[in-house]
Design a protein. Structure first.
Length: 398
């Protein structure tokens, strides 16, 4: 499934050349941290100079995740502002990162996914003629407005990036269809699987989450996450009402909902779920705690892209609160079902799977279509080859 051999192999070079090179890894959100942590650790294991830059796009949520993955940002751009727009984030990252590119002169920038931080980092690198490696390249929903603004972000990153680390063959095919040079596309798997497997080896819950799991023993735990912009207002309200009614009408079902701090989510969640029996609204949790919650779930309902990749590693069924998905592999494999923006469909799927758990039980035996836990090693191997090929140029520039 995974092919890290480019169509045109990099020319050989001296080991000392690439060890003199510098890689700047840019991140700013929880998903970026989860997926780039294995890459950062692998780069450092290989003794490559690695500069970790945090944009601070989601600072309150990001810092605990950095600590949990034993990563310390070398530089923080500190762009977080209350009620910031994607344009605010993009402009501040561009301005502040550009100064770092001038002073640090990295030989490669690595970005992940489809965040505003990733887009701004790619543009900054392109404008300074610094190669950019894009982890999780080639995801496409087919609708530039969904998810918004992520779908457009990832398409623009693909136009400016140099190296494209695609998680699946389908992602590679998307890039080839857009005329991205095939020799610069590598199917590596997604490093989120690396992170999940690493965390599961020594998974421990905090006292708060351990108590919650104990208190809900014997109940069917419905785990919910929702935060996407296109779900705000009417769609989110109606979905949460369906879930509330489903839980309240079944005494053996409970809801665990780590509520995203976005005011658009908080306001609706508190209004609909306030003081409801067997409904547990909790603050955002660390990654270990989130994996503990998902591992204990009967069924997961989410509009998150990352959850679509994590659920298969845990053998958990997932209802995707999206009209389309850039990760069709989960549905194709039988791990996930697409709900669409239709509360009636959500109601029907919840009731059907409560009555008949055949699909829920079948998911446990399905392999994760997004990777095997060795994506970071593949990505760093390609980085080493590429920097070795460019080593003479790096020495001349110095």
């Amino acid at each position: 499934m995974f092919d890290t051999t480019p169509t045109r192999s990099p020319a050989p070079g001296r080991v000392s050349d690439y060890r003199r090179a510098k890689v700047l890894v840019l991140l700013g959100t929880r998903p970026e941290t989860i997926k780039l942590a294995p890459v950062i650790h692998r780069l450092r294991e290989r003794s490559l100079q690695t500069l970790v830059v945090s944009s601070g796009q989601h600072k309150q949520l990001l810092d605990p995740f950095l600590a949990e993955f034993n990563i310390e940002a070398d530089i923080s751009l500190d762009v977080m502002r209350r009620d910031q727009s994607p344009n605010d984030v993009c402009s501040r990252v561009l301005e502040r990162l550009d100064k770092i590119l001038i002073s640090e002169r990295p030989d490669l920038i690595i970005v992940q996914g489809d965040t505003t931080t990733a887009l701004a980092g790619t543009l900054a690198g392109f404008n300074r003629r610094i190669p950019v490696g894009h982890v999780e390249a080639g995801l496409r929903s087919g609708n530039i407005m969904s998810p918004f603004p992520e779908e457009m972000n990832r398409r623009m990153i693909s136009q400016a990036a140099t190296f494209h680390f695609a998680a699946t063959p389908n992602n590679r095919d998307n890039l080839v269809a857009e005329r991205v040079p095939a020799e610069n596309i590598f199917v590596t798997g997604n490093p989120v699987v690396d992170s999940v497997k690493n965390m599961l080896r020594n998974l421990r819950a905090s006292s708060q989450i351990a108590q919650l799991i104990e208190a809900t023993t014997g109940q069917k735990r419905l785990v919910l996450t929702t935060h996407r912009r296109e779900s705000f207002e009417t769609v989110m309200t109606e979905n949460l009402e369906v879930i509330r009614d489903f839980v309240e009408s079944r005494e053996d079902v409970c809801l665990i909902f780590p509520v995203h701090p976005n005011p658009n989510v908080l306001r609706v969640a508190r209004k609909i779920f306030n003081r409801r029996e067997r409904i547990h609204l909790i603050d955002p949790v660390g990654y270990s705690d989130f994996l503990v919650i998902m591992k204990a779930a009967w069924l997961i309902v989410s509009d998150s892209g990352g959850v679509q990749e994590e659920a298969p590693s845990l053998g958990k069924p997932l209802l995707v609160l999206r009209e389309n998905t850039e990760r069709p592999e989960a549905a194709d494999a039988g791990v996930a079902k697409l709900v669409g923006n239709c509360p009636r469909s959500l109601k029907q799927l919840l009731e059907e799977n409560y009555r008949d758990e055949t699909w829920i039980r079948s998911v446990r035996k399905i392999a994760n279509p997004f990777g095997d836990g060795r994506a970071a090693s593949r990505i760093v191997k390609i980085v080493e080859q590429s920097l070795t090929r460019a080593g003479v140029l790096a020495l001349h520039r110095n």
